[in-house]
Design a protein around this ligand. Structure first.
Ligand SMILES: *[C@@H]1O[C@H](CO)[C@@H](O)[C@H](O)[C@H]1NC(C)=O
Ligand SMILES: *[C@@H]1O[C@H](CO)[C@@H](O)[C@H](O)[C@H]1NC(C)=O
Length: 324
């Protein structure tokens, strides 16, 4: 998704942004955790940047027409017979019609309903981070990541309860994965060796107001969050007889404890800072107030080059890149 700001606006209060981003690619690439690896270890769905490739260095704001990149693992269904099939992604209800899969991206300040009154510092050119880890392997650890949750959907508007792991029964409206990133910055580093320690999480569940930033990470940045809606309907009549959850994340995680997400900042110029300095909420930030957004057709036309060519559709014996 591309945003450009109008040069004019500086207002005292702060904005909350929410927009849809269509899928630009589903392939095994990960320029933050495994730069240069073609393919990376596991499959990702990528939204945002059409300049997305295996090694994106520095300021990506001027590479490609759709810039910032957002990515997560992909969900698969595991049949009782051992075969896997990728779960399709569906668009969110609160967004314009016709978006091709993708995710909903939020840049909020305080909580869901209030855009707050504190200074929010936009991410800087070259900034990147991850949240969660594929190596998280226990329910207790997963519970500790308040921003990483699953929701069993009755319909596209269901938001509660938030679960630390996969739902254990069929969900009529699909499954939503939620990734809230940390929003307190150390004020110095655009990245860190583990892609996380330059940031500190004060996130609480379900867009509740975050706690204050600690002195080690004093700079409040936008609360970035992704929602992805997985359309599990076609698998409802294949639920395993033993009642076990049949869904698995693309790195082989059958519980969802290791759910994680990546972010690479690429807004043009100071457009994100301008938006954060405004007081608009969600759709009211569009149409030049202060942001201009792409229409759905332009967004769907954004695609990243396929550099890893392997079959990821239909029934498969193994997860792409995995020995399972
Ligand atoms: C990725 O794209 C950048 C420019 O956008 C280019 O400099 C780099 O060579 C590309 N890398 C790969 C592996 O394609
Ligand atoms: C498993 O079941 C699916 C759905 O019926 C089928 O398409 C697939 O070929 C089966 N795989 C094996 C290994 O039998």
């Amino acid at each position: 998704m591309r945003w450009t700001s109008l040069a004019t606006l500086v207002a005292p209060a702060q904005a909350a942004l929410r927009f849809g981003c269509s899928t630009v690619s589903i392939q095994r690439l990960d320029p933050v955790v495994e730069p240069g690896s073609i393919p990376s270890a596991h499959l990702h769905q990528i939204v945002g940047g059409n300049a997305f490739n295996a090694s994106m260095n520095g300021d990506i704001g001027n590479q490609g027409t759709c810039t910032t990149a957002y990515w997560t693992a992909v969900m698969f269904f595991k049949h009782e017979n051992g075969s896997y099939k990728k779960v399709p992604i569906m668009p969110n209800a609160a967004l314009p019609n016709g978006i091709n899969g993708g995710m909903t991206v939020y840049y909020t300040q305080k909580d869901f309903n209030n855009n707050g009154n504190q200074k929010i510092t936009a991410f800087k050119p070259g900034f990147r981070m991850t949240v969660g880890s594929p190596t998280t392997s226990s329910l207790d650890q997963a519970k500790g990541h308040a921003g990483l949750r699953f929701v069993c959907l009755s319909d596209k508007n269901t938001r509660f309860p938030e679960l630390p792991d996969f739902p254990t029964k069929p969900c009529k409206g699909g499954i939503m994965t939620v990734h809230h990133f940390p929003s307190c910055w150390d004020g110095k580093n655009l990245d860190s060796p583990d892609h996380q320690s330059h940031m500190y999480s004060t996130t609480k569940e379900a867009f509740a107001e975050a706690g204050p930033c600690p002195s080690t990470h004093p700079v409040r940045m936008p609360q970035l969050a992704y929602e992805t809606l997985w359309d599990t309907a076609q698998f409802a009549n294949m639920w395993p007889k033993d009642g076990k959850n049949p869904f698995v994340l693309s790195f082989g995680d059958e519980h969802g404890y290791g759910t994680h997400a990546d972010y690479m900042f690429g807004w043009k110029g100071d457009s994100l800072q301008k938006a954060m300095d405004d007081k608009c909420m969600f759709n009211a930030c569009e149409n030049g107030k202060p942001l201009k957004s792409q229409n759905v057709a332009a967004m769907n036309a954004c695609a990243a080059k396929k550099t890893v060519t392997e079959n990821i559709d239909g029934w498969m014996d193994k997860l792409p890149g995995m020995n399972m």
